[in-house]
Design a protein around this ligand. Structure first.
Ligand code: SF4
Ligand code: SF4
Ligand code: SF4
Length: 237
């Protein structure tokens, strides 16, 4: 009878399955090694304090702001951008706005004060660079958020004619109307500038701005793409 030879451990490791297993074991061993090193280290050194719990509340920042955690951590709360904003739509976040923790004292757009006109020369960003901080990076997307229409509060929902938000919106095609003539926002095109909020004539205002949660971190200088006012990158050619 032709008895099969038992597969040696070396052969097993050379087989595809064996290789996969070996990699898993290697990974687990590496992890265990790391744990051992960590235990050794913690016996020698006092345990460091836990890192602060990140604050995930996101605010409506000026255009081109870096990701929220970096922004709140790096902003020196100098007010330079607030002072430089001629439309005066930037406010300092305080407890009055229900803001505490790291974000307190940092700047945000208050659409109720008019909204961001996306100034071509972006004095808010220049002021930030002049302060040596540079977290309103003009090369990041200019998308701050998107408008949300509270349909039942909109004048159009009770049959009254109103097109104030559409008239004031600086980007064509962002606001359309549904079959009831209630405004509908194209979230992809909307920048979250907030001009429509200020234009809304009803009380309470029928529009809110939802800040963008996934603003990217600042890219390294060597790979920064150029952006236009609407956050569009360079054309492929
Ligand atoms: S772009 Fe202009 S309006 Fe907008 S926050 Fe900056 S300075 Fe103010
Ligand atoms: S200029 Fe920059 S550092 Fe100063 S408050 Fe504005 S965002 Fe913060
Ligand atoms: S709908 Fe228009 S006006 Fe309103 S936030 Fe968007 S881009 Fe600005």
């Amino acid at each position: 009878m032709d008895e099969k030879k038992p597969i040696s451990r070396r052969q097993l490791l050379r087989s595809k399955l064996g290789l996969g297993l070996a990699q898993s074991i290697g990974y687990a061993m590496g992890q265990a090694h790391g744990v051992t090193k960590h235990i050794e280290k913690s016996i020698r050194e006092p345990v460091p304090p836990s890192p602060p719990v990140p604050e995930f509340a996101v605010f409506l920042r000026p255009p081109g702001a870096v990701d929220e955690i970096s922004f709140a951590a790096q902003c020196t709360k100098c007010n330079a951008c607030i002072d430089a904003c001629s439309p005066k739509t930037l406010v300092k976040l305080t407890g009055e706005f229900g803001v505490f923790g790291k974000a307190q004292g940092t700047p945000a757009i208050d659409p109720n004060l008019g909204g961001c006109t996306m100034c071509e020369d972006r004095p808010c960003a220049t002021a930030c660079v002049d302060e040596g901080v540079d977290i309103l990076d003009g090369l990041l997307p200019m998308k701050m958020g998107h408008a949300f229409i509270h349909r039942s509060a909109c004048r159009s929902s009770i049959g009254q004619e109103c097109s104030m938000c559409l008239d004031v919106c600086p980007i064509e095609g962002v606001i359309g109307h549904d079959w009831r003539k209630i405004p509908v926002v194209n979230n992809d095109l909307c920048t979250g500038c907030g001009l429509c909020v200020h234009s809304c004539p009803v009380d309470p205002i029928a529009i809110s701005i939802i800040p963008t949660k996934d603003r990217p971190p600042k890219p390294p200088k060597s790979v920064q793409p150029s952006q236009d006012q609407n956050g569009q990158g360079p054309s492929p050619d």
